[in-house]
Write a protein that binds this ligand. Structure first.
Ligand code: W6P
Length: 397
């Protein structure tokens, strides 16, 4: 059928979210034919759902060169998986399928950076100004696009790692899942790599102190969980870079023996696993914390390309919003709590139970489109900028 018809057909299905437990069970009794039959339907469903939303983007963004290019990758990949719609799971088809999934994943490697470029192009075309409703629909869209992308890459990675004949098979990993992921190992790894960058640019870096707490009787240290270590690493690396930059910038680069350490608490409860990173980097105003998760805020043309102090750890790119999507993908979260003048706590929450760690997936439906029109809520709380304040009131009487 025609592309439009197939899009209508597959976007009519809701994506089927899997839990970490289901990924594990599936990977442990790995059956390539079952996986193939699941993916040849599920991948077109997830692709079609997000392609329908791409079509709803404001024209001034949709029609930039960059966004057209991203959109063309989705069309190509949608067509590439539809080849298997009616193909029997023969040995030959199964092999071709793995190779095509590899190709599809690589085609989409640069989606994040190309979308960022598209946002910059749109801003330039609009004379540098974007109105609040447009900004808020772009935020809404990019969260959904990137979440969809994380989920599609997870499905592709599981299939290609399990059935692509990878040489690392035989370890404890099930695809990209580690059934006994040692959280402190990932923390140290992310810290070391962030510290390397920090040392390179500032010639100093704060130390690391890790504490582990488990409230569960019978649990012994180190704290372990079933998780995708690469996702956790991404979040921790991003948070460490931000904390290190804050600490070094706040305390000065020259007297390195006075830098307060980064304190990490790894905690396991019945429901949640928390990894808290506390820095004494001077903190940020409360009004800024939400801004750190905005794509448009971080896309703002960097005013200080010449200021060597802001380039190094490249903070406030798309790193924080995407880190939070990784956490939310399996129903966790990232929360920032800052005390201005002192420091910041960044908390990564993960689900402690693998059957509660379900994929969180965007679903396209008729109501999605309303978010692309009016996303600025009507004000039903007083607000200084729009209301007369007490001083103005007394002046006007
Ligand atoms: C800061 C600002 C920030 C963002 C994210 C994580 C940690 C920190 N520390 O000062």
């Amino acid at each position: 059928g025609s592309l439009a018809k197939m899009l209508d057909f597959y976007s009519g299905f809701n994506p089927s979210p899997l839990s970490i437990k289901q990924f594990m069970d599936f990977g442990q009794n790995a059956c390539e034919k079952k996986s193939y039959i699941f993916l040849r339907k599920e991948l077109p469903v997830r692709l079609a759902n997000i392609m329908k939303e791409i079509a709803l983007l404001p024209d001034n963004l949709l029609h930039t060169r960059s966004v057209s290019e991203v959109s063309s990758w989705y069309v190509k990949s949608f067509e590439d998986v539809l080849i298997y719609e009616k193909a029997e799971p023969t040995h030959d088809n199964l092999q071709k399928f793995v190779a095509d999934l590899d190709l599809i994943r690589n085609r989409h490697n640069d989606v994040v950076q190309t979308m960022a470029q598209g946002v910059i192009e749109m801003k330039e075309n609009e004379g540098g100004q974007v109105d609040a409703p447009t900004e808020s629909s772009i935020q809404y869209f990019l969260d959904r696009l990137y979440m969809s992308r994380i989920s599609i890459r997870m499905l592709i990675n599981q299939h290609t790692l399990l059935f692509g004949g990878n040489p690392h098979a035989g370890g404890r990993h099930i695809g990209c899942l580690d059934p006994a992921c040692d959280l402190s190992d990932v923390v140290r790894d992310a810290y070391e790599n962030a510290r390397f960058l920090c040392d390179q640019y500032y010639l100093t870096s704060p130390a690391l102190e890790i504490q582990q707490h488990s409230s569960e009787p019978g649990d012994n240290l180190p704290i372990r969980t079933v998780y995708v270590p690469s996702h956790l690493y991404y979040m921790l690396f991003e948070l460490f870079k931000n904390s290190m930059r804050a600490v070094v910038e706040h305390h000065g680069h020259d007297n390195n023996d006075t830098l307060p350490p980064l304190k990490v608490a790894i905690c396991k409860g019945k429901e949640d696993i928390c990894v808290k990173i506390s820095d004494q980097g001077g903190g940020i105003p409360r009004s800024q914390t939400d801004q750190l998760f905005k794509y448009m805020y971080s896309t703002a043309p960097q005013p200080s390309k010449s200021d060597l102090h802001t380039v190094p750890l490249a903070g406030y790119g798309y790193g924080l919003p995407i880190s939070r999507l990784y956490a939310r993908y399996f129903h966790g979260d990232i929360v920032l709590l800052s005390c201005e003048g002192f420091g910041t706590d960044a908390i990564i929450y993960l689900k402690a139970l693998s059957d509660e760690a379900n994929e969180l997936l965007p679903i396209f439906n008729k109501t999605s489109s309303k978010f692309y029109r009016a996303t600025v809520p009507t004000g039903d709380w007083s607000n200084q900028s729009s209301d007369m304040n007490a001083r103005q009131l007394s002046a006007s009487i």
